[in-house]
Design a protein around this ligand. Structure first.
Ligand code: ATP
Ligand code: MG
Length: 367
């Protein structure tokens, strides 16, 4: 049940800082996800932990043992690569039962384990196929079965479900977590899919441009994003620019464009600060007609879509700003395009961030 510690690790490729002074602690028996957009350094960080890449600076500890210069094979890890490297000259069965642990088990036990692993990834019936005869998703499942069978206590999974179709991906992700929990392993799972990370993680590190922006449980990241990009990347948010107009004992009142005011409970800014309000589309409410009251803004419907469980309304506010409101379809009125509406902003549900130095659009870009 290894605990992994990364201390001030940096890895550069020429001018690119793939991992930028990252410190991170992963607890024993934790299912941990590294989440972030493409190119943010997830794979590089995982490879640093695996020992496939050496950091330019910083240290890696596994179970309190400094392993920065220890080769990957001596770190006690199982690794599923993003590009599913199977042994091409071996069939599925031989790939899965290749590990020394399986070999040392004796025939009966190793056959049982191999079968269990292949059944878990739903490929037992293809045990005699060669990698070249399998689809990308199937190869990925074999790679997963092999890493699990090898018996390492620390599993490093780089987009292990990336090549799978939605249904099997959904099923397998829970099984993966269950497997790690049942066998008391520690799992570090890289993904760029926030829904996947939210569904299976104990904790998530949200990465961007080589840095970790926030580490927390899925609930913490959703309820208390500490960075504007986290509010954007985890769940969904509407963003409104403004200035802190007045701070009272109870509230902080933000002035938006067009002299509109929104009340928030923010305590972290001062009068005059340029800020961005982030608010979840599912906490806004919208009703027909003009209702002038505190913390409501008038607007009109620009778009309305039925999405199955929810309806999604795109609303242009009277100051020209736009917000999306998402409501459960069975619990809301339906709107026509152009219809006048009132949008209400619950003060306790909004997040207020300092306006980013490089502008809002660039701060939210998935680069
Ligand atoms: N071997 C390498 N040589 C040069 N640059 C590299 C190398 N490996 C990674 N990089 C660069 O480092 C940055 C981070 O790459 P990394 O593969 O860690 O990203 P990632 O978060 O895993 O992205 P993805 O979700 O697309 O897999 C990228 O800009 C990438 O081009
Ligand atoms: Mg990657």
């Amino acid at each position: 049940m290894p605990e992994v510690r990364v201390k001030n690790a940096t890895k550069k490729y020429g001018k690119i800082i793939a991992v930028d002074n990252v410190s991170l602690q992963i607890h024993a028996n934790e299912y941990f996800c590294l989440l972030g957009p493409s190119g943010c350094g997830k794979t590089t960080l995982l490879r640093l932990i695996a020992g496939l890449v050496e950091p330019d600076k910083g240290e890696i500890y596994i179970e309190n043992r400094l392993v920065t210069s220890v080769p990957p094979e001596d770190r006690g890890i199982g690794f599923v690569f993003q590009e599913y490297a199977l042994f091409p000259h071996m069939n599925v069965w031989d790939n899965v039962t290749y590990g020394p642990r399986v070999k040392a088990m004796g025939k009966k036990k190793s056959e049982k384990l191999g079968r269990e692993m292949l059944e878990m990834v739903r490929l037992f019936e293809r045990f005699d196929a060669f990698p070249s005869e399998l689809s990308g998703g199937m190869m990925q499942r074999v790679a997963l079965a092999r890493a699990l069978a090898a018996g390492s206590k620390l599993l490093l999974l780089d987009e292990p479900l990336g090549a799978l179709d939605a249904k099997i991906r959904n099923d397998l992700r829970y099984e993966l977590r269950k497997f790690v929990k049942d066998l008391e392993l520690t799992g570090i799972h890289v993904t760029h899919d926030q829904a996947e990370a939210m569904a299976i993680s104990d904790r998530i590190a949200v990465m961007r441009k080589g840095k970790i922006l926030q580490v927390g449980t899925p609930q913490e990241l959703y309820m208390h994003p500490q960075h504007i990009f986290v509010a954007h990347f985890i769940g969904e948010s509407d963003f409104l620019e403004g200035y802190v107009s007045k701070i009272t004992k109870k509230e902080s009142i933000i002035e938006l464009r067009g002299r509109l005011f929104v009340h928030t409970l923010d305590k972290t800014h001062e009068e005059g600060d340029k800020v961005v309000i982030a608010i979840r589309p599912e906490v806004l409410t919208v009703e027909k007609g003009k209702k002038r009251r505190e913390n409501s803004i008038l607007g009109h419907v620009e778009g309305f879509r039925f999405e199955g469980t929810n309806v999604r309304c795109q609303i242009e506010l009277e100051n020209g700003d736009s917000v999306v409101v998402v409501r459960p379809a069975l619990m809301t009125e339906w709107f026509n395009i152009g219809e006048k509406v009132t949008v209400s902003f619950p003060a306790e549900k909004s997040f207020v961030f300092t306006y980013p130095e490089r502008g809002l659009k660039r701060e939210l870009a998935l680069e």
